[in-house]
Design a protein around this ligand. Structure first.
Ligand code: NIG
Ligand code: FE
Length: 418
């Protein structure tokens, strides 16, 4: 048995006795922490914590690794519930087009955007896709992330959606962090279906979903509900079809306009609705009566210069909130949740406490992992971050340009790269 004792932790953050429920409303301002703390790990599980002055001691010192975390902060790894990190080729030329005055939607209408990534996907093979995703995952883990959801959606054909999902499956099988797989065939209408969108929706429902269910390739299904993409009615149709295979829903909602994604998601019992820049009172009211997690993606809003999502308003209304990276080549080429949290603090007025609740425990809920991840809880997996020496947790979003993550432990082992 491998045992670790981390002692003299300046602050042990996000300590929860049960940690089985998302954090909502006013409770999001509270981040339970222990100062001058110890944390004990056995193999891959958290087995104890407390204040240094109350440390019970240990009878068996064999196989025990002791780590001194003086001046450092320990918190659970981030749970990134929304990414598109399996992709072929980057899109910095579109970034330059936007600097020169085109909008994200104008670029998409010219055949750029998601369709551009789908073209690149057609010629990519599984091995190179796997390698590219692995590089991104290694970078993300070193930045503090210990659980990742990954979407398909750059395939837009049966063969290429399956190809993406098989790559995600291989990542799941070969890596020791939890990965959740989301089928996003309804990410855009492929050009060859422009005049017959119903045929593409039929393809999703009648061919893609059965094949995906048959190979057990998806934990969730997702739809980009937006003008020029999929309507709320189409969204519901696709999510309902997926549900018949036991695949739960997620929705890309209210990103570029108020287009009904949240209401469709709530109707479909979605585990999360994501983006939310154009959320209004009606959406907030619907979410209040649901178990659906609202997820904001500050990287995409920042990168595309979108309006801020009403994050504070949602919390004030009593909602929970999660933060994810949306790591993808078109709208958020970063998986750094430290940065996403900083944007949420600086631009949306969230407190550092709210952002940590959003990116750990609530993120875990938004990807069905709350039982084992997202908090320092006895019995949960030992996935945690040790920071560099920093004065306080608020220093993390404050010093937004610095890399303050010193070490990341995955399943009780120091992460050195996959
Ligand atoms: O989450 N909003 C739709 N989908 C992605 C962007 C995909 C892309 O531009 O490649 C998103 O922002
Ligand atoms: Fe996305």
């Amino acid at each position: 048995m491998h045992k670790i004792l981390i002692k003299n932790i300046q602050q042990l953050v996000q300590v929860r006795e049960t940690g089985l429920h998302p954090i909502k409303g006013i409770d999001m301002s509270e981040l339970p922490s222990i100062s001058d703390a110890w944390l004990a790990i056995e193999n891959d599980i958290i087995v104890g914590y407390g204040k240094m002055e109350e440390w019970p001691g240990i009878s068996d010192w064999s196989h025990l690794e002791v780590i001194d975390a003086s001046g450092k902060i320990v918190f659970p790894t981030y749970c990134d519930s929304h990414t598109h990190i399996v992709f072929a080729g980057t899109r910095e030329s579109e970034f330059v087009d936007r600097i020169n005055g085109l909008s994200y939607e104008e670029i998409a209408l010219r055949g750029g955007g998601i369709i551009n990534s789908a073209k690149k996907m057609q010629t990519a093979n599984e091995e190179e896709l796997y390698k590219g995703a692995l590089l991104r995952i290694n970078e993300m883990v070193l930045q503090g992330t210990g659980a990742i959801e990954i979407k398909s959606g750059y395939g837009l054909s049966l063969a290429d959606e399956l190809k993406m999902l098989r790559v995600i499956k291989k990542l799941k099988e070969t890596l020791s962090i939890p990965i959740k797989s989301t089928f996003l065939g309804a990410h855009a209408i492929p050009p060859e279906f422009k005049e017959n969108r119903q045929a593409y929706i039929d393809l999703i429902i009648n061919e893609m979903l059965p094949a995906i269910a048959n190979e057990q390739l998806a934990d969730y299904s997702d739809v980009f509900c937006e003008r020029n993409y999929f309507t709320p009615e189409e969204t519901l149709l696709i999510l309902k079809a997926a549900k018949q295979y036991g695949i739960a829903a997620k929705v890309h909602a209210e990103q570029l306009s108020n287009s009904g994604g949240v209401l469709a998601g709530v109707k479909a019992d979605a585990i999360s609705v994501d983006h939310l820049e154009y959320v209004g009172d009606e959406e907030i009211a619907a979410l209040l009566g649901s178990d659906t997690m609202p997820v904001i993606l500050p990287g995409a809003a920042f990168f595309l210069s979108l309006p801020n999502p009403p994050a504070k308003k949602m919390i004030q209304a009593g909602l929970p909130l999660a933060i994810a990276s949306d790591f993808n080549p078109g709208s958020s080429p970063s998986g750094n949740l430290n940065l996403m949290n900083a944007i949420a603090c600086i631009q949306y007025g969230l407190t550092p406490e709210q952002t940590i609740n959003a990116s750990t425990l609530n993120g875990a809920y938004a990807m069905g992992l709350i039982n084992d991840y997202g908090s320092i809880t006895i019995g949960k997996k030992a996935n945690f971050v040790i920071t560099k020496e920093i004065p306080s947790m608020a220093y993390l979003p404050y010093a937004f340009g610095s890399n303050l993550i010193e070490q990341v432990y995955i399943n009780g082992k120091l992460f050195k790269g996959f």
